[in-house]
Design a protein around this ligand. Structure first.
Ligand SMILES: NC(=O)c1ccc[n+]([C@@H]2O[C@H](COP(=O)([O-])OP(=O)(O)OC[C@H]3O[C@@H](n4cnc5c(N)ncnc54)[C@H](O)[C@@H]3O)[C@@H](O)[C@H]2O)c1
Length: 339
């Protein structure tokens, strides 16, 4: 069987992970790697000597053997690179976020439809077994009605220059929040600071209000002492913690809750009671499939089987829409922005 020929655009920090995943694939082969940096191309060529390297990604687009491209360039370049790839009728996998502007995201979706190519966005956490497990718990009602969710994504670096910490880190958490809750937020409010580079926020915190009084808080920072990637999900019946940097026991389900046991209507102050329940902690066994591999295989399945990607352009647009609203709140001194 002939392998599906692919091109990789961007071989910086994250691109090499795709080169590895493709090199381990039974059905795909990486033919090209494009990067504007000679150093990056040298690294790629050293690792994969049969790779054709180029400084101009358009060389990939003019090769008829290439069925799809993986774009792993800085966020601000996404729109232009993806647009040209789609116009050249290549299926496109693009790293998160889809792009840096709602209108541009809409245009990419329309272009992909017109040119009959797949457009998939790298919201890799939706391919993470722990996230799938948590979603299943929520959907089966084990947690009860969702109350509030906290997301923390903090570390020292890497510090980007093309986008702020919000655009860099929040796509992961926003994509998960949308996935868990299954609805779009009603409003957002944010605050942040630029300590290192003028106009580029290093620390951002955002509060998102969802329908049914679900409250979501997120903090993103690339100047923090230790790497923290955790999520707390609080429901009426149970609570879940997902610590993505823990060596073991990454997901814990706490049989804990706090609920009013008597309706406050028609009762006096003495009768009003809150029950606090603190039961067992369950540590579920979760498989250790590599999320990036799962994500890549899904993209290839969609290309080969003409299927709609789970994290398609629309999904990517939804995330860009919410980040843009949070950015607007930052730009307007923490005003509430409705969606
Ligand atoms: N899914 C994840 O967990 C994850 C992790 C890191 C980065 N990312 C995403 O991957 C993308 C790249 O991030 P990175 O950390 O690898 O950045 P990076 O800056 O380390 O690498 C980007 C590479 O793209 C090259 N490049 C820039 N413009 C180009 C162009 N026009 N044509 C060809 N090459 C070009 C640069 O020379 C560089 O080698 C970003 O969108 C980022 O959000 C995702």
């Amino acid at each position: 069987m002939n392998k599906i020929q692919l091109g990789l655009i961007g071989y910086g920090y994250w691109g090499p992970n795709f080169a590895r995943v493709i090199s381990e694939s039974a059905t795909c082969a990486l033919k090209f790697c494009a990067d504007v940096s000679e150093k990056s191309l040298d690294r790629a060529k050293k690792k994969y000597p049969s790779l054709i390297t180029t400084k101009d990604y358009r060389d990939i687009l003019s090769d008829n053997d290439i069925k799809a491209v993986i774009i792993v360039t800085p966020t601000k370049t996404h729109y232009q690179v993806a647009r040209e790839c789609i116009l050249a009728k290549k299926h496109v996998f693009i790293e998160k976020p889809l792009c840096h502007d709602v209108k541009e995201a809409e245009e990419l979706i329309a272009l992909a439809q017109d040119n009959n190519v797949k457009l998939m966005v790298g919201h890799v956490f939706l391919f993470n077994s722990a996230v799938k497990f948590i979603k299943d718990q929520i959907d089966h009602g084990h947690i009860g009605r969702l109350r509030h969710l906290h997301f923390q994504r903090r570390n020292l670096g890497p510090i980007r220059q093309d986008v702020n910490v919000l655009w860099d880190l929040s796509p992961h958490d926003i994509s998960m929040a949308l996935h868990f809750i299954g609805q779009r937020p009603l409003s957002v409010i944010a605050s942040g600071e630029s300590f290192l580079q003028k106009g580029i926020h290093d620390v951002v915190s955002a509060s998102l209000k969802f329908p049914n009084n679900i409250m979501v808080n997120m903090i993103f920072s690339w100047i923090d002492p230790v790497k923290v990637r955790d999520i707390a999900i609080v429901g009426e019946n149970k609570m879940i913690l997902f610590d993505d940097v823990a060596q073991s026991e990454r997901v814990k389900i706490f049989n804990k809750n706090a609920n009013i046991i008597k309706n406050t209507l028609d009762v006096n102050f003495g009768e009003y009671q809150i029950s606090m329940h603190s039961g067992d902690i369950l540590v579920p066994a979760i498989d250790s499939k590599e999320p990036l591999k799962e994500e890549f295989n899904h993209f290839i399945d969609c290309v080969v089987g003409d299927k709609k990607p789970f994290t398609d352009g629309e999904n990517g647009l939804e995330v860009v829409r919410i980040i843009s609203a949070i950015q607007r709140s930052l730009d307007q001194n923490s005003t509430l922005v409705k969606l």
